[in-house]
Design a protein around this ligand. Structure first.
Ligand SMILES: O=C(OCc1ccccc1)c1cn[nH]c1
Length: 250
């Protein structure tokens, strides 16, 4: 997968060079390119923003530099398989399901905005050339979309084949929609490792029983318990078929 990120703070994306995503890039699974938006400005001050039409606080990012960047990175006629992602508090929620969908793209272009956002006409013009996703990573306002790009690139990147070693599989993720055995839209329950007793606290004996069916049932119960406690909204949305008959009995 090729990933282009256009930003006025390229150094904000440095974390993409380390760990999981850094290794995937080194392995050629991800081709991540970070670009300075001001490359596509031509005035003496490399202007990327201006005051909002209609008044109001802050500044708005001008459409021209973004359009030139997009056209330079995705020349007309080469849009197939490319999706433009615009992080914004006013976007559709970015969820695991959205990450799974984005992981099927061959080319993602991220447009993290600063200030009050990008002139609407950029998004409208881009949408005539390729799918545009305006996505929110949460209900709060950041100074810029770069942090959201880090979140999305990690969430999408770890789903790509070869990125996670088989030691850290993505198949049983929280919110995972894996078929059998996955937590199918539930939060993950508690996890434990050695020692069997620490600080006078024991690992739940079932986990040391070696009885995998009982362990799976216990983990599912814990996932349901935690989801009901922390995220009752997810319980509402659960696919009834995803709950087997024993769950329903609870
Ligand atoms: O603040 C965010 O993006 C930066 C941004 C973009 C447009 C206008 C203001 C701020 C954000 C919050 N949740 N998801 C994204």
């Amino acid at each position: 997968m090729r990933i282009d990120i256009v930003t006025i703070f390229p150094e904000y994306l440095a974390p993409l060079d380390v760990s999981l995503i850094g290794k995937a890039a080194a392995a050629g699974i991800l081709d991540i390119r970070v670009h300075e938006l001001r490359t596509w400005t031509h005035d003496r001050h490399n202007t990327v923003d201006d005051s909002p039409c209609g008044g109001g606080p802050g500044m708005v990012m001008k459409p021209e530099p973004w359009w030139e960047a997009l056209t330079g990175l995705v020349p007309p006629g080469t849009e197939a398989g490319t999706r433009l992602i615009v992080p914004t508090p006013s976007g559709r929620p970015f969820t695991q399901r959205v990450a799974e969908d984005l992981a099927t793209a061959s080319h993602l272009v991220f447009a993290p905005a600063r200030y009050e956002g990008i002139d609407r006409r950029f998004v409208e013009a881009a949408a005539e050339r390729m799918p545009v996703e305006e996505l929110s990573i949460g209900d709060y306002v950041l100074a810029g979309g770069e942090v959201a790009v880090l979140v999305m690139v990690e969430a999408v990147g770890r789903l790509l084949p070869g990125v996670l070693g088989n030691a850290e599989s993505a198949k049983d993720d929280s919110f995972g929609h894996a078929s059998e055995g996955g937590m199918a839209g539930l939060l993950e329950g508690p996890v434990y490792t050695k020692p069997a007793t620490w600080d006078g606290r024991e690992v739940p004996p079932v986990l040391l029983s070696g009885n995998h069916a009982v362990i799976a049932r216990w983990r599912r119960d814990e996932a349901l318990r935690r989801t009901a406690a922390m995220r009752p909204d997810l319980i509402e949305g659960l696919d009834p078929d995803a709950l087997d008959k024993k769950d329903r009995a609870r």
